[in-house]
Design a protein. Structure first.
Length: 148
């Protein structure tokens, strides 16, 4: 797909689900229940308009992005970087690739959602995303506390 700053990006497939599972479990804070199950990702990959992008650094799986497009709207569903490879531009490279792919597929907008307090908010802001709404009490955190 492309190479940027030693980051190789390629199209993913069902055969990459073990990579997705491993990175997702390591990257997402279990207290918030944000990781998807293997079967949820598998089911989504079977749907039209869904694509997976895998990032590698030095041949090692470093991150992934899972997206879908419906008509002129695309949505970034999952974005994760292996914790030991964070702050090396992997997530930014994936986000830029997703935006480019979405546009090439005819999407005029790209949406994502993120929990308040998530460190990725800075990345999204730096890449030109802006807050357009809020899902009140959508995420459940430790001790049942709800987050936007």
């Amino acid at each position: 797909m492309s190479t940027m700053l030693g980051i190789d990006l390629r199209s993913g497939a069902v055969a990459d689900l073990a990579i997705v599972d491993r990175i997702m479990q390591a990257a997402f804070d279990a207290r918030f229940g944000e990781a998807w199950t293997h079967n949820q990702v598998l089911g989504l990959l079977a749907m039209p308009g869904v694509w997976l992008t895998i990032a590698e650094v030095g041949g090692e799986p470093a991150g992934f992005a899972l997206c879908r497009r419906v008509l002129e709207e695309a949505e970034l569903l999952l974005l994760a970087t292996a914790p030991h490879l964070r702050r090396r531009g992997v997530a930014a490279a994936l986000l830029r690739a997703v935006a480019s792919d979405a546009s090439a597929q005819g999407a005029r907008t790209l949406h994502l959602e993120v929990r308040d307090g998530n460190e990725a908010i800075k990345l999204y802001s730096n890449e030109g995303f802006a807050k357009v709404g809020e899902r009140r009490d959508y995420y459940r955190g430790p001790n049942g506390r709800l987050f936007n």
